[in-house]
Design a binder for this molecule. Structure first.
Ligand code: ASP
Ligand code: MG
Length: 419
């Protein structure tokens, strides 16, 4: 069997969903399809949640109404009949009931409860559509199948329990095509969890692992894996083959193309991961696998925005680097922040951290042991396979606050470019 994953951009319109029909009908074998929320639905549901948490029920409902109309708009285009809304309406009724009666106590827990509806909606609608197109498929509620820990908003999958659940639910001798939500699961008590933003790729990899897929394919609105983000850098090229190690390095440096957690479940079973262009299903795209015949021979550029450089000077002068580092990392990970770079000197430690709503709390706590100063509005450029020419082209005229070099790699923390 194969796993196909379609992301939010692919399912943001009726046209995208019709394209899924085209892609799926070209596959004769058994399929497990993982789907994200449609378009920007996750962001929109986050906005609903913000109101809900502040007990602004009317505003939450108004925002939800926009999400509902957006989905109905797509359904109208697919079916051209008003009754079709009935497919999705029960889910919107559930959300409305939750907004009317729920209590916004724990942000992360409420987040997962509410935001997980994005994927429930998209899969419900797409399953119904495929069924009306003569393509019978079976909808699965991944909250019942993917069991996770209780780390709400950033949950990790418990593989054994999920494997038992999934193998019971999926029987290819009965149905050829199954559809499940990316990004969502539940803890052992059945309370919904999510796997972190952009986590649907991780779901696809987990399903691939648990069902021993022959391959996992992520259909995306890009030609494949490029050596840089074409929205930021000119002259990008396609990288046809990468190893798992290449992919991990890229994901770690912040390449948006694959979620960092995606690789391990695939590497463990040597399942190849294809990244293919949704708009041109006849093109091969890129493949990530154990070994390749063509090593990556172009510089790879990765830009991570929204960085804050935090410089910490221990308050007592008996500076033991190991102790300070472990203290810093404890606090940073407790506040769920992501460190993208570390540098230490005789008197200070600098870390680049991805800005988030949790950063102020962490800086506060770090202030107990360290003198804290910080710089916001930065971006981190990583160049793998660096050469002087590419370094000059990408950093010329920019204010560089910190740089690191190894033989193959250069990293530059710079002031964000003015738009
Ligand atoms: N819908 C979720 C998000 O937008 C998960 C995903 O798309 O992978 O983050
Ligand atoms: Mg997405």
């Amino acid at each position: 069997m194969k796993v196909y994953k379609f992301g939010g951009a692919s399912v943001r319109s009726a046209e995208g969903i019709r394209n899924i029909v085209k892609i799926v009908s070209a596959e004769q074998g058994n399929l497990f399809i993982v789907i994200s929320a449609m378009g920007k639905t996750t962001n929109a549901l986050e906005a609903v949640l913000e109101h809900f948490m502040k007990a602004e029920r009317d505003e939450a409902l108004a925002k939800l109404e926009e999400v509902e109309q957006y989905h109905y708009g797509i359904m109208d285009e697919l079916w051209h009949e008003r009754e079709c809304h009935a497919v999705a309406r029960p889910l919107f009724d559930e959300i409305r009931y939750y907004i009317a009666t729920g209590i916004g106590d724990d942000y992360d827990r409420c987040y997962d409860r509410l935001v997980s509806y994005g994927e429930l909606l998209s899969t419900t609608i797409i399953t119904a559509y495929l069924n009306t197109q003569g393509m019978p498929c079976t909808w699965l509620d991944m909250r019942r199948l993917i069991q996770t820990d209780s780390n709400f908003r950033e949950a990790t999958v418990h593989m054994e329990e999920s494997q038992d659940n999934l193998r019971q639910a999926v029987d290819f001798s009965r149905n050829r095509i199954y559809i499940g939500q990316g990004f969502i699961g539940a803890n052992h008590k059945g309370i919904p969890t999510t796997l972190g933003r952009e986590g649907s790729d991780y779901t696809a990899a987990v399903v691939g692992n648990l069902l021993n897929a022959e391959s996992v394919t992520i259909w995306k609105d890009v030609p494949g894996i490029l050596n840089a983000d074409p929205r930021i850098f000119p002259d990008t090229v396609l990288i046809p083959e990468l190893t798992y190690l290449d992919a991990v390095e890229l994901a770690y440096s912040g390449a948006q193309i694959i979620h960092p957690k995606t690789i391990k479940p695939l590497q463990n079973k040597e399942i190849p991961l294809y990244v293919r262009p949704f708009g041109q299903p006849d093109k091969a795209g890129s493949v990530i696998k154990a070994t390749t015949t063509q090593p990556v021979d172009v510089p790879v550029l990765i830009l991570r925005k929204n960085q804050t450089l935090v410089t910490l000077r221990p308050r007592d002068f008996s500076f033991v680097l190991e102790e300070s580092l472990s203290k810093i990392f404890q606090i940073v990970s407790k506040h769920r922040l992501k460190v993208s770079l570390i540098q230490s000197s005789a008197i200070s430690i600098s870390v680049s951290i991805e800005s988030s709503r949790y950063l102020p709390g962490a800086l506060d706590e770090l202030g107990n042991d360290f003198k804290v100063s910080y710089n916001t509005g930065l971006e981190l450029l990583t160049i793998r396979g660096i050469n002087p020419d590419i370094q000059r082209k990408t950093t010329e005229g920019r204010q560089i606050l910190l740089s690191q070099r190894t033989r193959r790699m250069g990293r530059f923390l710079m002031k964000e470019e003015e738009e």
